[in-house]
Design a protein around this ligand. Structure first.
Ligand code: SAM
Length: 289
């Protein structure tokens, strides 16, 4: 287990006030709320194991507040499924790859992939308090961690990923629900650190906000639930003007090829994801070399 502290802390890693029982930092609270909502919507054993009671209660409350706004509720399923689809496409040709999941939170995706692809090397990274808690939850639920799954603790707003991973470069790096909490300058700094931690031809898969997604999330029945989520998770400041702007931000730090998909576009490729799906985030697929 490696611990990286750095000099200061990112805003999402600092102690701040929020709903009691969901954690001290905005980062931990965001992970708890998502895990709670997910387990309420999809009560698979590994999703339930990744929650605590307070997270389930808040998740249930937020779902009730958003009731009827199916397009926004479906986002909770569409986003992780969109990432799973994009990651799986690459793994299909590279089952022995090194996959790094940044801001893993309480998602059991790394665990699922490590079990499904025994030759895959999986590294999950999040804030120290989240990783410690996640390990405890796996242990409590008696879910054995496969030998090809490693968890590292780091504040990625402070410590560049290339420093966290050292020489162990990655083929795929994902960041689900992370970039929106950082300014555009900081997003470029993180994306640059990610690029340096990727092998030649490696791919960074992330999502971020745009003016359009922010506008969409600010209306409809789910508005109040989203407001509570934002107040507890942290400010959404990583907002590009539009997909072309998002692509330019990544190209400017050296990515050779950048594609973007609005959430409803990607959801069209996922027949099992319930529709409609709101335009809630922009998927970015950035290739190194
Ligand atoms: C919205 S949650 C998403 C969690 C998970 N990917 C999911 O979809 O359920 C954001 C995650 O980013 C992590 N995070 C926030 N700031 C971070 C930082 N500076 N360094 C590392 N992780 C961070 C949080 O701890 C949290 O797990």
């Amino acid at each position: 287990m490696t611990e990286h502290t750095g000099e200061g802390l990112s805003p999402t890693a600092r102690e701040s006030s929020g709903i009691l029982g969901l954690g001290k930092s905005g980062g931990q609270r965001s992970a708890e709320m998502l895990a709670g909502i997910r387990a309420e919507l999809m009560p698979k054993p590994e999703y339930v194991a990744m929650t605590r009671t307070a997270g389930r209660i808040i998740g249930n409350f937020l779902l009730r507040l958003a009731r009827g706004d199916h397009a926004k509720l479906n986002v909770v399923i569409a986003r992780p499924e969109g990432f799973r689809y994009l990651i799986s496409q690459i793994l299909h040709d590279k089952p022995e790859a090194h996959f790094v999941e940044l801001a893993t939170g309480f998602l059991p995706r790394g665990w699922q992939l490590a079990k499904a692809f025994p030759k895959l090397q999986v590294t999950e990274i999040d804030l120290p308090e989240v990783i410690t808690e996640k390990q405890n939850r796996f242990q409590r639920a008696k879910l054995t961690l496969p030998p090809n799954l490693k968890m590292l603790k780091a504040d990625l707003g402070v410590t560049p990923l290339s420093e966290v991973l050292g020489t162990n470069k990655a083929d795929i790096i994902s960041a689900e629900g992370l970039l929106i909490y950082f300014s555009l300058d900081k997003i470029q700094q993180i994306a640059d650190g990610v690029r340096q931690a990727l092998k030649e031809g490696g791919v960074f898969i992330a999502d971020m906000g745009t003016k359009e997604t922010l506008q969409e999330l600010g209306k409809g029945q789910a508005r109040q639930a989203i407001g509570i989520f934002r107040r507890n998770a942290g400010n959404w400041i990583g907002v590009a003007d539009d997909p072309a702007h998002a692509q330019a931000l990544f190209k400017a730090v050296g990515y050779a090829q950048v594609e973007t998909y609005k959430m409803p576009e990607l959801a069209e490729r996922l027949p099992h994801v319930p529709k409609p799906v709101a335009n809630a985030t922009l998927f970015v697929i950035a290739r190194n070399g």
